[in-house]
Design a protein around this ligand. Structure first.
Ligand code: UD1
Length: 362
């Protein structure tokens, strides 16, 4: 069997790692394709290094652009790759534009698609990721769901039950297998930080960064707080703040740093006293590490993280953010973990593929 996996953006890399390793163990012939959606050293290459992923077999160098330009460019290149490589199955992960481009190009060439992290729904069609998730799930032959609620979403959309596999969260498998290694990171001393004496914030989502007033208001609120906050900054967020001339006005208790690699970021999460984020995956990582999370969105597709108050949705409402920060001390505890969020997710995925050859038919 020959499997071609497609990645392109930062959150894809940690999801493909255990799957790639499991296929390798089983001596499955595989091709790893990088679309080039993310191309900066610290948005891409450093993850391959930290995760011990091989250099991709093919790098398509697509880069940035509007959704149409970017997705279209990926599709035309992926089509060429697929006709050259002729895999039996294409694996896509997550919900980024590379995921969508890979799935569409593949199914159009009648090559079956396996979608890992299937069934998450925010029910917010303003999110480009929600559109990607729905479309990719609709055209996939293997749907690997991380949670029971994501299975329910797929069933309610009329997807054939025999194609849905509840396998757990593959990103958790990567997290668990890199915790030890991340202890070698010296990021805390590099940034002169003490464990549990700072909050960690990431904010990059289009709906938050497109309106600079929203992020500036959040920074103003944090400036007035008595917390030290570390902010590894996404290139687009940085650009927005610079354009508004706000970059120099960021408070002394807020430290802006460049985006970090996987191991450094893991160490920074692990030692933080709380996390504020609009990322999807970080909400899950915070739950696994028992770090209280404040999510700068009005909805989440990761609804399991909301259980028991491990994660709280505040949008960009500064009043709600202030209240959530106030309530942090009561939220520092051990939270129950969702079923199958463990170190065997990739094994379940590979088993399902190997044992269900009948699902290769479209
Ligand atoms: C993408 C994903 C998002 C994910 C995020 C993680 C989609 C629709 N969105 O969003 O779900 O959470 O990745 O980061 O696929 N840029 C650089 N260097 C890079 C990459 C991007 O400077 O290596 C800048 C460019 O100005 C680019 C902008 O960031 O226009 C946005 O990049 P893009 O890949 O379009 O989407 P993200 O916002 O990163």
């Amino acid at each position: 069997m020959k499997i071609l996996s497609i990645v392109g953006a930062r959150p894809n890399f940690m999801k493909i790692k255990p799957i790639y390793e499991e296929f390798k163990k089983r001596k499955i012939d595989q091709v790893l394709v990088h679309t080039g959606q993310h191309y900066d050293e610290n948005m891409s290459r450093i993850f391959f290094e930290d995760l011990g992923l091989p250099i991709p077999d093919l790098f398509l160098g697509v880069g940035s652009g509007t959704h149409g330009i970017q997705t279209g460019a990926m599709m035309s290149k992926i089509e060429e790759v697929l006709s050259e490589e002729k895999p039996d199955l294409t694996v896509v992960v997550g919900d980024v534009n590379s995921t969508l481009a890979g799935a569409i190009s593949s199914i159009k060439m009648q090559i079956p698609v396996a979608h890992v992290e299937s069934g998450y729904r925010s029910f917010d069609m303003k999110m480009p990721e929600e559109i990607n998730r729905i479309l990719v799930d609709r055209i996939s032959q293997f749907l690997f769901a991380p949670t029971e609620d994501s299975v329910k979403n797929l069933i309610s959309e009329g997807i054939d039950k025999k194609r849905i596999f509840l396998v757990g969260n593959v990103m958790v498998e990567t997290l668990l297998s890199h915790l030890e290694k991340s202890k070698k990171s010296n990021i805390l001393s590099q940034l002169s930080l003490e464990s549990k004496a700072y909050g960690l914030m990431t904010i990059h989502r289009a709906e938050n960064t497109s309106e600079s007033e929203k992020i500036i208001k959040i920074f103003e609120l944090l400036k007035k707080s008595d917390h030290n906050i570390i902010v590894p900054i996404h290139p687009r967020t940085k650009k927005t703040l610079e354009e508004k001339g706000y970059f120099e006005k960021i408070g002394p208790n807020i430290k802006i740093i460049e985006p970090l690699g996987y191991l450094d970021f893991l160490q920074l999460m692990l030692n933080s006293s709380f996390i504020m984020t609009d990322s999807g995956g970080i909400q899950e990582e915070a739950l696994m590490l028992d770090i209280p999370c404040i999510t700068l969105r009005n909805n989440t597709e990761r609804i399991v993280t909301l259980k028991n108050g491990a994660n709280i949705l505040v949008g960009t409402d500064t009043l709600k953010i202030a209240q959530a920060i106030k309530g942090l001390p009561n939220r520092r505890k051990k939270y129950p973990k969702p079923p199958l969020w463990d170190d065997k997710v990739s094994v379940r995925i590979a088993d399902a593929i190997v044992e269900n050859q009948d699902l290769f038919t479209l």
